[in-house]
Ligand binder design. Structure first.
Ligand SMILES: [Zn+2]
Ligand SMILES: [Zn+2]
Length: 148
């Protein structure tokens, strides 16, 4: 999959954090993937139809202030993941798959500038709610994203 030019240029690094400011992060890695996930876990995590997230190399993600709290969720495909949030304001920040320790997913809502986000695909669309609205131009995956 080819990253849009603007994504490559703008997203060389970005910053973000939680709502109350207790947790801040910076990321120096261009996202490997940017996905809207419609699974039930992400519906609960976002409090809405889907979670918008970017996946980066974990070594490029740095917490610059505070530490998230983590809880474990077993995904529909059996994989366990650690979901990190601010214990003060509740803002969801990161998701880490235990089977993929080299990557981390960062919630786009926690970006300082979420307008930078350029989704590449919708995943777990078989779990999407009937009132969910998706961009018809994006590739759709019934379950997890599979690299072509
Ligand atoms: Zn907070
Ligand atoms: Zn999901």
């Amino acid at each position: 999959m080819i990253l849009p030019v603007a994504w490559r240029d703008i997203m060389a690094s970005f910053t973000g954090g939680c709502t109350c400011g207790a947790i801040r992060y910076s990321c120096t890695g261009t996202p490997k993937l940017s996905l809207n996930c419609h699974c039930r876990d992400c519906q609960r995590l976002s409090g809405s139809a889907y979670l918008a997230a970017v996946i980066v190399d974990r070594r490029t993600f740095t917490l610059t202030h505070g530490l998230p709290h983590y809880y474990t969720v077993t995904a529909a495909n059996g994989m366990t993941k650690q979901q990190g949030f601010c214990q003060h304001c509740g803002a969801p920040l990161v998701v880490m798959l235990d089977e993929r320790p080299h990557i981390i997913a960062i919630t786009v809502g926690s970006f300082d500038d979420p307008s930078l986000y350029q989704p590449q695909a919708d995943m777990w669309v078989e779990r999407a709610q009937p009132w969910d609205v998706m961009n018809p131009a994006l590739p759709k995956y019934p379950q997890a994203y599979q690299r072509a």
